[in-house]
Design a protein around this ligand. Structure first.
Ligand code: 3HC
Ligand code: NAI
Length: 709
């Protein structure tokens, strides 16, 4: 028996335990071990039934995702996968009871469904999350799940990939019983209770498969939903096709269809991108010079300074995680408005069923509005979110330095200003750090954690860990103007403006990037975020622009016309009362006039050029950021773009996308723009070097740590 699977006995019941930490993935050795154990169970006459479970924190969380890369790169052959093992379990003449705790995901749920019975801990979860990796269930999940849960539920679970709790799994027939108390004891008792009763094989349970007439609307609705909510992704539609095959074909033929669709997805660029993202989200938590054992500062209470758009959202984020918040503003009406917005946001969450009224009442109890710095000496952390201006930020940090207790973390939500300069207003720069939330803070997953020159390791480690507790993806970045996300967004939006100034239509620019997969086009995004934000920043930093370099003018002119975007009802577009964007002839005419005045020749611009100009502007700036050590790894940039800027996950992020295009091609295209457009397009040195060496961004590792930046 392999070390990864143990076989023990409780009198006449065999216990098969999978022990492959941390999540009992079905990596090499595990299927073989299970197969061997089932063989012994079959042969051992003293055994009447078997219980199969996972050791440690969970049942089986799925196939080993690391193996997929080996298959697609040709290092290992896929073979028949898990199907023969699952058939062996199903054909075992003695009842096999699957005992589920933690998560039975992907191949884990497929394994569970091959048992004759399933029992679960009340807090267990089951799911087929494969689409989130760009693949579909590949071990009969699309064939067995509809037989247990019915077609509609199976389609939903396989196409959307969201897990369901044990209680729901029981209602749908995926679990046969919930076990309160000790799972193994309960599962053994269950196994004895079913002895002598027929042991149902899932693959033969056809009662829930429905008729073509019943199923047609289910599949049509699922496809429509997938096209809307998972735009551009191939796996959800493939998953629906596979479940449909279960309703039309005998089990074995259905498995064949599933197998083909699974392979198509596995070898697609989309799946490689999603797998990159899966590991990337975990990798960003690892900072080369900050060991895992770095002490963490307990954060049980915080103060948020500034009750505006960001401060209010940040207060909700902390309260949602059960952390007490003092919400301070200098201006009484602003504080009242801030609290009112929080209440309104919570009420709408209750209306939409996201939170219960009780949860919301408890959260509101945790937020205390204040006007002064009293009680700041009792908080573990302060987060500043006042207007964006260095003078004001320094004043506030001076106050925080005087008002907060030694050891408290002093964080700024600034989106552009230097953390080091802000820290210089205190006598404890080691306690100062940037926590750059994205708007709306209570919704967006990204948190850029900005490391100042002096930020202590404990402060950094605490913020990284805290991000997880707050339900955010924390990514550590270095201190520079705009940090990673906004610094790259500058050239991206600059190119969008240049394109319209050169003759592309506003809708053509937005449509091309939307079709590329961005959540919104860049001009519509500007209207949403407020064009005045960039306008103010450009005015503040105009002295840093190199004389003679081309600068976009369209947004500045729109702002001068009072068109700040959605907040003023007009920006690039005008907006009706439902905030629907409508093209405004006034802007179209003005653009042509401004371009003529500036002497910019007008031409027809293809969607390909629009995408390349905008996306490669991101990539070129990303390459500089990487070389400067502002981002720890290329994947950190990708995770920022996926979680904060609406970049399509199926393309893996801008740096991964560039790797898939090939850095040679990317360099050549950027060089072409350099020749046409001038020095703003100078290819980044790192890009040139990696292209020359035939390498990728993913292979590049900074040797220095971020403090060198
Ligand atoms: N394969 C390989 N490694 C895995 C893994 C898997 N299926 N699931 C998790 N891991 C690794 C993580 O990379 C991480 O490694 P690290 O510590 O070196 O960074 C470690 O296990 C712990 O994972 P998390 O940090 O994510 O731990 P959490 O407790 O937060 O979450 C989880 C646990 C809910 C199980 C989460 O890891 C998860 O969702 N895993 C993926 C589940 C999944 O997608 N399963 C389907 C796989 S595809 C499949 O089964 C195909 C089949 O149909 C043939
Ligand atoms: P806002 O204008 O909505 O709110 C700022 C609040 O700070 C106001 O309520 C104001 O009364 C208050 N304030 C000013 N001086 C104060 C003081 N001395 N003490 C206490 N309160 C004071 O601004 P917003 O948009 O919330 O931005 C705040 C910060 O977050 C800025 O640094 C901004 O750059 C950053 N940011 C903004 C994002 C956005 O999309 N709005 C996104 C990410 C960061």
């Amino acid at each position: 028996m392999s070390d990864l699977v143990q076989l023990t006995k409780d009198q006449d019941v065999a216990i098969i335990t999978i022990n492959n930490p941390p999540v009992n993935a079905l990596g090499p050795g595990v299927p073989e071990g299970i197969s061997q154990a089932v063989k012994e169970v079959t042969q051992d006459e003293s055994v009447k039934a078997a219980v199969l479970m996972g050791a440690g924190r969970t049942f089986v969380a799925g196939a080993d995702i690391k193996e997929f890369g080996k298959i697609t790169s040709g290092k290992t052959a896929r073979g028949a996968g898990l199907l023969p093992l699952l058939r062996q379990i199903e054909d075992c003449p003695k009842p096999v009871v699957m005992a589920i705790h933690g998560t039975a995901f992907g191949g884990g749920l497929e394994l569970a469904m091959s048992g004759h019975h399933r029992v679960g801990a009340p807090d267990a979860q089951v799911g087929q999350p494969e689409v989130k990796l760009g693949i579909i269930p590949g071990a009969g999940g699309t064939q067995r799940l509809p037989r247990l849960a019915g077609v509609a539920k199976a389609v939903e679970m396989c196409a959307q990939g969201n897990p369901i709790p044990a209680r729901e799994a029981l209602d749908y027939g995926i679990l046969d019983r919930l076990i309160e108390g000790d799972l193994l004891t309960g599962a053994i008792a269950f196994a004895r209770a079913v002895l002598g009763k027929p042991a149902p094989k899932t693959r033969e349970r056809n009662q829930k498969l429905g008729t073509p007439e019943q199923n047609a609307p289910i599949f049509a609705a699922a496809r429509e939903l997938a096209r809307q909510k998972q735009r551009g992704m191939i796996a959800p539609l493939a998953a629906i096709d596979a479940v449909e095959a279960a309703t039309r074909l005998p089990f074995d033929e259905g498995c064949e269809v599933e197998r083909k669709l699974f392979n198509d997805c596995l070898f697609s660029d989309q799946s490689k991108a999603f797998i990159h993202v899966f590991f990337g989200e975990r990798e960003v938590a690892k900072i080369p010079d900050i060991p895992k054992e770095t002490p963490i500062i307990p954060v049980n209470s915080v103060a948020v300074v500034g009750a505006g758009t960001m401060g209010g959202g940040i207060a909700m984020v902390f309260a949602n995680a059960g952390i007490r918040v003092l919400l301070k503003d200098a201006d009484p009406p602003a504080l009242d408005r801030g609290m009112e917005v929080i209440r309104k946001n919570y009420s709408s969450s209750v209306r939409r069923g996201r939170f219960t009224q009780q949860f919301v009442d408890e959260r509101l109890q945790l937020i205390k509005p204040v006007l002064g710095y009293d009680d700041f000496d009792k908080v573990d952390m302060a987060v500043e979110a006042v207007f964006e201006g260095m003078q004001l930020k320094k004043e506030v940090f001076g106050q925080l330095d005087r008002g907060c207790r030694p050891g408290a973390i002093l964080a700024s939500n600034t989106s552009t200003l230097s953390i080091d300069e802000i820290a210089s207003a205190t006598a404890r720069p080691e306690a100062v750090i940037g926590t750059h939330f994205f708007s709306p803070a209570n919704v967006m997953r990204l948190l850029e954690i900005v490391r100042g020159k002096a930020s202590s390791k404990a402060v950094i480690a605490t913020c990284m860990q805290l991000s997880k507790k707050l339900g955010k993806v924390g990514v550590l970045v270095g201190n520079c103007r705009g940090f990673v996300g906004n610094r790259m967004f500058g050239p991206y939006r600059r190119e969008a403006q240049f394109l319209v100034e050169e003759g592309a239509s506003i809708e053509a620019v937005d449509q091309a990037l939307y079709d590329f997969g961005m959540a919104m086009g860049p001009l519509a995004t500007g209207d949403l975020a407020g064009l005045d934000v960039g306008w103010r920043i450009r005015k503040e930093f105009r002295h840093l622009e190199k004389p003679g370099t081309r600068q976009p003018f369209a947004e500045d002119r729109l702002c001068e016309m009072g068109r700040y975007g959605q907040k003023t009802g007009a920006g690039w577009y005008k907006y009706d009362e439902n905030r629907r964007a409508i093209l405004d002839p006034e802007v179209v005419d003005s653009l042509r006039k401004w371009s003529a005045e500036a002497g910019i020749p007008q031409r027809k611009i293809s969607p390909e050029e629009i995408v390349d100009r905008c996306i490669l502007a991101l990539v070129n700036e990303g390459a500089r950021i990487l070389e400067e050590g502002i981002a720890v790894r290329a994947v950190d940039i990708d995770i920022i773009y996926l979680n904060g800027y609406g970049f399509p996950a199926y393309r893996g992020g801008p740096m991964w996308y560039a790797d898939t295009v090939g850095l040679n091609k990317v360099r050549d295209r950027i060089s072409e723009f350099h020749r046409q457009q001038g020095e703003l397009w100078e290819p980044a040195p790192l890009l040139k070097r990696l292209a020359q060496e035939g390498k990728t961004f993913a292979e590049y590792h900074q040797s220095q740590d971020l403090t060198a930046a």
